[in-house]
Design a protein around this ligand. Structure first.
Ligand code: BG6
Length: 510
């Protein structure tokens, strides 16, 4: 018997009703990991919610020789395995597969790009689409510039319709390489056609930071140094570096997480209200925050940063090896798998409020959160004894998992006498909306197809972030401060606790 699903009034109106503009999306690296795990499943879920218009097509482009049929088979397998919505709706999947095509492209061969151009023209003619093109580089970063240059040489960056390029982080490995990348991309595409993905910005809960702050009137008046004591941002992962040793050993936690996801969370927490939720206004305010962060230079770096590397330990009940035992990691590697910084946003709103930010692999669990710690009340009305179980007020924005927001405050313990204890008031996405948030890539792909770059990183943001990170990276490579170790499964090196202890504070244990 077929059981009808009960209507869910809480989920009403949650559907993203926007529809993409007809276009051809070329996925370079279409047979790779990112495409299989994220992009193809995201396209399926967009098709499922009817956001892909007639005339939309995908061309997979990669080195492997493959027919359209083989690519469709590959895509179907990945979608079945990785789609967040299950079971798969075969009608939707078949319709999507029929719009998938494949062209073998060796990024070094101009002829291959010309052949790609011919295929795109054919699809435009068949679908009656005026040449709208999205080039998605789901490839290792060193290929971005080659792909852009070849697209230009083959004349694929101009003509009727729009021409956009999507690149993934890391955008360069320091300020200079980021600038070079931007210069190359901007020779081929206008800046507003360059979509730099930091997938954290596509997460519902990250966008909700702005909704929480600017769609309510009660939080902004307290969102400043008058009442806020400090801000703690944690990006913890229980996983190690998986099979990414070759990349990670050159990157480290500072470049891999703090420079992008971490600083993005700082900007959204600290920014001034933008005039509108519109790409120029939002990104202008974010850049202002990055430029207001006091640069760490010289001795500040030793005093305000901690770097650590995991050794053997236990994570979620399983024994795991140390970082130096991982595949493709140098046996004497000095790369940090944990980073903690104390930053100050030197502006009127945040003067004197430390922003502590930490990111690490092989910590006890996966959790990303922003904790706004308030000052203690100015006077102990109930006396020290009654208040001894009370922590200061705190708002925690839980990005993942168990997405939600909680407020901690003191309440009277139900008993004779007057004792006060900390309690929390919780908002949880699942209980309030009864649905799982869409994947970041669904939102970002659709925004790109529609032409809304608000949730993508602009060149000046990337450069401002590297300007902050480069001197720290430089000092760390010179061994200042010393690389600490921490056992896998612990909350990081002792020095990270000392960093806060020196300020009379401690890390919140999520
Ligand atoms: C990526 C990093 O950008 O983000 C990875 O390169 C990290 O090292 C990942 O694991 C974390 O993303 P998420 O969405 O799982 O928090």
């Amino acid at each position: 018997m077929k059981v009808e699903e009960a209507p869910n009034p809480l989920a009403e109106g949650l559907h993203d009703y926007r529809i993409a503009v007809p276009a051809v999306m070329v996925i370079f690296g279409a047979t790779g990991d990112l495409s299989g795990r994220k992009l193809l499943p995201a396209l399926y879920n967009l098709a499922r919610q009817r956001s892909l218009p007639a005339g939309f097509a995908v061309v997979g482009a990669a080195m492997t020789e493959m027919s359209d049929g083989a690519f469709r088979k590959h895509a179907a397998q990945r979608i079945r395995q990785f789609s967040r919505t299950q079971p798969i709706d075969d009608r939707v999947l078949d319709a999507l597969l029929s719009s998938l095509h494949y062209v073998t492209v060796d990024f070094g061969r101009l002829e291959d790009f010309k052949a790609l151009g011919t295929k795109l023209d054919e699809l435009d003619a068949a679908n009656h689409v005026p040449g709208n093109r999205i080039f998605y580089c789901a490839t290792p970063p060193p290929t971005y510039q080659t792909i852009a240059v070849q697209l230009q040489a083959a004349g694929l960056n101009k003509g009727e319709g729009f021409h956009r390029i999507v690149v993934e982080k890391p955008f360069g490995s320091d300020l200079q390489s980021a600038r070079e990348l931007t210069q190359t991309l901007q020779k081929v595409f206008t800046e507003d056609s360059v979509y730099r993905i930091d997938h954290y910005l596509g997460k519902e809960t990250v966008q909700n930071i702005l909704a929480f702050r600017f769609a309510n009137s009660i939080f902004e008046p307290v969102w400043n140094s008058n009442l806020i004591d400090s801000v703690q941002i944690t990006v913890a992962e229980e996983i190690g570096i998986e099979n990414r040793g070759a990349y990670y050993d050159r990157a480290g936690a500072l470049r891999d997480i703090i420079q992008n996801h971490g600083l993005q969370l700082v900007t959204l927490t600290a920014m001034e209200p933008p005039l509108a939720f519109e790409s120029g206004a939002v990104r202008d305010e974010k850049v202002k925050v990055l430029r207001s962060i006091r640069p760490l230079i010289g001795e500040d770096i030793e005093q305000s940063t901690v770097r650590g590397q995991y050794t053997r330990g236990w994570v979620l009940g399983e024994q795991v090896g140390g970082y130096r035992e991982e595949k493709n990691v140098a046996p004497d590697s000095q790369t940090e798998t944990y980073a903690a910084l104390r930053l100050f946003v030197d502006n009127w709103r945040w003067a004197g409020v430390p922003f502590y930010i930490r990111a690490g692999k092989r910590l006890p669990k996966r959790i990303t959160e922003i904790r706004i710690q308030f000052k203690r009340p100015p006077h102990l009305t109930f006396g020290r004894d009654a208040m001894k179980e009370v922590d200061p007020n705190a708002i925690t924005l839980r990005i993942q998992p168990e997405e939600g927001i909680s407020l901690k405050f003191g309440a009277k313990v139900p008993s004779a006498g007057l004792r006060i204890r900390s309690v929390t008031m919780d908002f949880q996405y699942v209980t309030s909306f009864l649905v799982e948030a869409p994947e970041a890539y669904e939102r970002l792909l659709l925004d790109c197809m529609i032409g809304d770059p608000t949730l993508f990183t602009r060149a000046d943001e990337v450069e401002a972030a590297w300007t902050l990170v480069d001197p720290i990276e430089g000092a760390w490579r010179d061994g200042r401060p010393r690389l600490q170790t921490y056992a896998a499964g612990s909350w990081g090196p002792d020095a990270a606790a000392e960093l806060l202890k020196a300020d009379g504070r401690e890390w919140h244990r999520p």
